[in-house]
Write a protein that binds this ligand. Structure first.
Ligand code: DI6
Ligand code: FE
Length: 401
């Protein structure tokens, strides 16, 4: 039997290992894979003797960990281009939501679609991300907002994972907005989420995590605390849409529940940043939503950096606030709008995105033992991945299975 299933040679490698300086660059490198895991990585001259079932010369291309999109809502019905027009004519996201549009209009469209129809419209979005080098995608529910339709969305997410070589992580986002039939009775909806929906989802193992939207147009901190307590009881990790449009104490709430991540964070206070630093939560930055909503207040990047909070970057692909099915564009926007360095953009879509999904030990860097999801790029240096705008550079996406 061969020592390795695959040997990649004649490559330059950015390991993105946390303890290596910069990109963890290794020139004239080789990388060996066995059983879907990285068995060896380093300078070619130090490669131990061994034989491989398959050898691939990279002809000097750069290898990085395959990209990870750790925050998407890419299963949905319809689109919101009419609201986009209304917003450009002066209406605000909150005004539209209060008038029954916004998330609720996507809920109406999603509820009328069958699982097969949702699957058929979502698959090209998964494929578009894969074509950019993304091998792991998180997908949230949150446009069903009743037991059957939230389960339908999560089942579609699972099917997308089964039907493609991409690894899909599904997140229950039942506390996304109060559905129309519970208007004025948000606490009753939270009862339904805690008493029926969460146990049903957990019993079917349909979700890998639980998310919620903490905002004046969505749920209060005490309501979300109830959802998070139930998630903890069921053994599900939590994460939060926090402080996107106002400071609702979302970062503090997420930290107090040891959330994997707090996402958006435009209005997070210094106290919120401190709380995240102490809890170890990842800050997931979503510049596509910032851009689309015409926000002017940036997340407190300097404070997050200063406190050592890990920074991830994601597409937030959704029809309302981030109609962008591209993680490369999210990297591009994070560098321009939030002034993340190209290194932070790449770490934010590999190592830190893995951490935001609770997968830091499993993937996101090219180190021995990690899952062998590897992207090969036609670039002269990995900093180019944040630099170029809308320029395809993926040569090959090599997947562990
Ligand atoms: N914040 C967002 O940016 C998305 N969800 C959320 O809570 C937007 C979802 C939508 O508008 O459909
Ligand atoms: Fe989101």
């Amino acid at each position: 039997m061969a020592d390795w299933d695959l040997l990649l040679s004649d490559a330059n490698i950015a390991t993105m290992a946390a303890n290596a300086p910069g990109y963890g660059e290794i020139s004239d490198a080789a990388l060996a894979v066995r059983d879907g895991r990285i068995a060896w990585v380093g300078n070619r001259e130090e490669l131990p003797d061994g034989d491989a079932t398959r050898t691939l010369s990279l002809e000097g291309r750069w290898l990085t960990p395959a990209l990870i999109d750790c925050h998407t809502h890419l299963v949905f019905g319809g689109d919101r281009s009419a609201e986009f027009e209304q917003r450009l004519e002066g209406a605000s996201y909150e005004d539209i939501a209060k008038a029954g549009g916004g998330i609720m209009s996507t809920v109406r469209a999603t509820r009328t679609m069958s699982a097969d129809e949702l699957f058929a419209t979502a698959l090209p979005r998964v494929q578009a991300l894969a074509a950019e080098g993304v091998a792991t995608i998180e997908i949230k529910s949150g446009y069903g907002l009743d037991v059957d339709n939230e389960i339908k969305m999560l089942e579609v997410a699972r099917r997308l994972g089964d039907a493609s070589a991409i690894d899909i992580r599904a997140t229950l986002l039942a506390a996304h907005t109060v559905p129309a039939e519970y208007k004025g009775k948000a606490d009753d909806y939270v009862d339904l989420v805690c008493e029926e929906l969460l146990p049903a989802v957990a019993a079917r193992e349909l979700a890998d995590a639980v998310d919620a939207y903490c905002e004046s147009i969505a749920f209060t901190a005490p309501q979300i605390a109830r959802v998070f307590r139930k998630a903890a009881e069921l053994g599900l990790p939590v994460k939060l849409h926090a402080d996107q449009l106002s400071d609702g104490g979302g970062a503090e709430l997420a930290a107090s529940f040891d959330a994997l991540s707090a996402d958006h964070l435009e209005y997070t206070s210094a106290a919120g940043v401190m709380a995240m630093a102490q809890s170890g939560a990842v800050a997931v930055l979503l510049p596509g939503a910032f851009l689309t909503l015409g926000e002017t207040q940036r997340p407190p990047i300097d404070e997050l950096r200063g406190q050592g909070v890990p920074l991830a970057v994601a597409s937030d692909c959704n029809p309302g606030t981030s109609p962008m099915c591209s993680l490369r564009n999210a990297m591009m926007l994070a560098s321009r709008l939030f002034r993340l360095t190209p290194l932070e953009c790449l770490a934010g879509t590999t190592r830190e995105a893995a951490r935001a999904l609770g997968l830091a030990d499993d993937r996101g860097t090219l180190e021995i033992g990690k899952r062998a999801d590897i992207a090969a790029w036609d670039v002269d240096h990995p900093r180019e991945l944040a630099y170029w705008i809308g320029t395809p550079q993926l040569a090959e996406l090599l997947l562990a299975d």
